[in-house]
Write a protein that binds this ligand. Structure first.
Ligand code: BV8
Ligand code: ZN
Length: 247
């Protein structure tokens, strides 16, 4: 992808964003990379000798809740000090400029919320929310480090991270709303995702198949790149502020 091609894509995207009423964004771990949060599949995505895919599962938690909690507690500690970057902030200002904007994220780090995004759907939950395995109560808890494994103040049951693990279903209402937004938006921004995890990644194809103009913002190629109407091979913290400036 030449710089000229990315430049043209930025100009075309700016024009589309200016005239669009309904805009949807799908973000992944890449939008938080410039905040210092490791991505899932990047070189820094490992912990001890484990990969996320074999820890972020109900089976791993059933087998060894303490080990899975140590991983989440380590990630919470890592993310706790991180701040939203200009990419998160640009999407929060896009929401203020465009009432029809919906931000759908795969991330669990809470940085979009911290940046001020309100019209936000967290498809995979939040690392800052804990859910009781026994009574189902959830609570927001930003304690770092946690006393492991944490227990429910109401019933004493063990708590789990309130995130969606591999093999677990996403919240059906949130998913339906996200697919409806992807099917009806005029422009979709696909930002910082390897487009590998389902059903989230299908939202990009859903937008494309419903005649939205879809732009991918990612320094690397993904399985979606060839489908996109435009590709901006850049870091989201640099490209997004340029795209939303003046809207
Ligand atoms: C479900 C929460 C069904 C936890 C996450 C085969 C076997 C088993 C399962 C499957 C299978 N095939 C498909 C599946 C389903 C599976 C799946 O998709 N697996 C894939 C990996 C093959 N999906 C599921 O299991 C889902 N559930 O299908 O349930 C069901 C239905 C009914 C009833 C019961 C069950 C659940 C998936 C959710 C998993 N949970 N997270 C936690 O975080 O601990 S997913 C995890 O991956 C994160 O949420 C992450 O956000 C997400 C996606 O990854 P990305 O965000 O794309 O991040 P990645 O590191 O991959 O890429 C980063 C990108 O950023 C790169 O492209 C990079 O170039 C770019 N980048 C880097 N820097 C920048 C940048 N871009 C811009 N700017 C930068 N500066
Ligand atoms: Zn409980």
């Amino acid at each position: 992808m030449s710089d000229q091609a990315s430049h043209d894509s930025i100009q075309e995207t700016k024009k589309r964003l200016r005239y669009a009423r309904k805009i949807t964004a799908l973000t992944g771990a890449g939008i938080s990379a410039e905040s210092g949060v490791p991505t899932f599949r990047g070189a820094d995505g490992l912990w001890r000798q484990y990969s996320a895919a074999n820890l972020a599962t109900p089976e791993a938690f059933a087998r060894n809740p303490r080990l899975v909690w140590e991983w989440y507690d380590w990630r919470r500690g890592l993310i706790a000090g991180k701040k939203p970057n200009p990419g998160h902030n640009a999407l929060a200002s896009l929401e203020r400029a465009k009432p029809g904007f919906l931000l759908i994220t795969q991330n669990v780090d809470g940085l979009h919320r911290q940046a001020g995004s309100l019209n936000l759907r967290e498809l995979h939950g939040s690392i800052w929310r804990l859910r009781c395995l026994v009574c189902g109560n959830t609570r927001e808890d930003r304690t770092v480090p946690l006393a492991l494994p944490p227990h429910c103040a109401d019933c004493g049951g063990m708590l789990r991270p309130d995130v969606v693990w591999f093999g677990e279903a996403l919240d059906a209402a949130v998913l339906d709303e996200s697919f409806a937004a992807a099917a009806s938006c005029e422009v979709m921004l696909v930002v910082g995702t390897s487009a590998l995890v389902q059903p989230a990644a299908s939202l990009a194809w859903q937008a494309k198949h419903n005649n939205a103009w879809v732009v991918e913002i990612n320094p690397a190629d993904t399985p979606f790149s060839s489908e996109a109407d435009a590709v901006i091979r850049a870091l989201s913290g640099q490209a997004l502020p340029e795209l939303v400036a003046g809207l």
